[in-house]
Design a protein around this ligand. Structure first.
Ligand code: DX5
Ligand code: ZN
Length: 220
């Protein structure tokens, strides 16, 4: 089964972003964490920086929006040409309408849930999404420890996706290392975000290859 490894540039050296993007050329996409210091207690970057990232890399942009005003911003990242735009379920009361808007613009529509958010309501509307992101840490910061407690939600989502026959990608984000990626792959994830484990490695390419190899061994 094919797996995707999406390094998160939250762990990159922001003073040398173009060079950092070159280090992860063998990845499937670059995961871009947008934070607004409101939805999460941290602040990263917005549209102009993401636009330049898109211009200097051939990698698809996998946007993860940890922001409150998704109805305003999410479509703008899609219009910028992002491959995938994932917004948080906790940030909108109209996830279906927003997902439809994103797809209409031409992006893959993703929905993310925090560790404490139940997955069941979103399994009822799976056909509206291309990706479901099960956060494996509390969103906001890189370098945190993987929460095993989120794995039952992933297993439930994996079963629902299989039963539906839909091709909804299951993404995990937070604390993914060569150890935890096995746990997440076994529970049904096929798209893996890794920040510190990739950018903190001496060879990012070797680390991407290692993560990919382990995930492939254990994915189903
Ligand atoms: C956290 C972000 C993650 C973060 C992951 O809120 O969504 O994408 O960069 O970093 P690591 O892999 O270091 O846990
Ligand atoms: Zn993220």
């Amino acid at each position: 089964m094919s797996v995707r490894i999406n390094p998160s540039i939250l762990a990159a050296d922001f003073a040398h972003l173009a060079t950092e993007l070159d280090r992860i050329a063998s990845a499937d996409a670059v995961h871009v964490d947008v934070m607004d210091n409101h939805f999460v207690p941290n602040l990263t970057f917005g549209l102009p920086v993401v636009k330049r990232i898109g211009e200097v890399t051939a990698l698809p942009l996998d946007m993860h929006l940890m922001i409150t005003d998704v109805d305003l911003w999410a479509p703008q990242f899609a219009e910028l040409g992002a491959f995938s735009v994932t917004f948080h379920a906790e940030a909108t009361t109209e996830p279906v309408a927003l997902a439809r808007r994103l797809r209409q613009i031409g992006a893959r529509a993703g929905i993310a849930i925090k560790p404490g958010t139940p997955v069941e309501p979103y399994l009822e509307i799976l056909e509206e999404f291309d990706q479901l992101l099960i956060m494996t840490v509390e969103p906001g910061f890189g370098g945190q420890s993987f929460m095993d407690s989120t794995m039952p939600k992933l297993a439930a989502a994996s079963a629902a996706v299989k039963a539906s026959g839909l091709d909804v990608w299951l993404q995990v984000d937070g604390g993914i290392t060569e150890t935890t990626i096995e746990v997440a792959a076994r529970a049904g994830a096929n798209t893996f975000v890794a920040g510190s484990s990739v950018f903190g490695a001496e060879s990012a390419a070797a680390q991407i290859a290692l993560l990919r190899f382990i995930a492939e061994q254990h994915s189903h």
